[in-house]
Design a protein around this ligand. Structure first.
Ligand SMILES: [Mg+2]
Length: 264
């Protein structure tokens, strides 16, 4: 059962995850750490979330990671990430990784990667027919965005792209989120990212927060010693639900307070 968490309210599950010996805090980016914006590359995490990430990543045995559908290149831009960062990154839904002190972990090549430019060439002219829709070339595929388009654009545009993919690229993995339709040559989902982060950092607990359908891949693989947090409405396997990225900042602040006090 998912319960709604209100900032300022004590919660046993939050206290428990804050006290796990080796903690990974994994955050989706868009809609979880950052409010939605029309121009995808201008998205930035809320300052109050950045502040809590700095507090948390300074604590011992505590790793913060962004886990996003964005390609690694874009994710590093929007998270203002540099080579000295203590924040780990999982991009392209868990097909790409960057680890503090290690850097980029090279992805394993996939036969479908070679079809990518053919896919771009087929999808781009469809997107360009629709006002306000945006074509996003991605490392492992393509994203079609309708955040900046009129409400009646999404349905016919997505239907047209779906028909093309079904005809010419049937093996690509489809993902749909808030005003975005994506196809990827990689089958990895955020479930793979949970397993990779758990192994990389030998985590005893993962706190994962996300706001979208693709985040549920991660929620579903969380165990008893982990904690899933859903941002906003929608069906979820998360334990807690909060209303907004601002409330994620409040939740991270509680985790940092409890974990910091326990470590003193
Ligand atoms: Mg999101």
């Amino acid at each position: 059962m998912t319960r709604t968490w209100t900032p300022g309210t004590p919660d046993a599950a939050l206290t428990a995850i804050a006290r796990t010996p080796r903690l990974v805090i994994a955050l989706d980016f868009d809609g979880t750490a950052s409010p939605f914006v029309v121009e995808p590359l201008s998205a930035r995490a809320l300052p109050e979330i950045v502040e809590q990430i700095e507090r948390l990543s300074a604590l011992p045995e505590t790793i913060v990671a962004y886990v996003s559908g964005r390609s690694m290149q874009d994710l590093r831009v929007i998270t203002e990430h540099d080579d000295d960062s203590r924040v780990a990154l999982a991009g392209s839904h868990g097909a790409q990784y960057w680890y503090p002190g290690v850097g980029l972990a090279e992805p394993v090549p996939d036969a479908r990667d070679g079809e990518r430019e053919e896919l771009w060439a087929a999808v781009r002219p469809i997107v360009e027919k629709y006002d306000g829709a945006e074509f996003e070339p991605k490392t492992f595929g393509v994203g079609v965005h309708t955040r900046g388009a009129a409400p009646d654009v999404e349905e016919p545009l997505f239907a047209e792209v779906d028909a093309l993919i079904a005809d010419r690229f049937p093996l690509w993995r489809r993902r749909q989120g808030h005003h975005v339709l994506e196809f990827s040559s990689r089958v990895e989902g955020k479930d793979a990212a949970m397993a990779a982060l758990r192994a990389q950092f030998d985590a005893t607990g993962i706190l994962f927060a996300g706001d979208d359908v693709t985040d549920e891949d991660a929620m579903r693989v969380l165990g008893e010693d982990d904690l899933g947090v859903r941002v906003g409405e929608g069906e979820t396997a998360a334990i807690l639900r909060v209303g907004s990225p601002q409330e994620i900042a409040a939740l991270l602040s509680v985790v940092a307070d409890v974990r910091g006090a326990a470590r003193e």
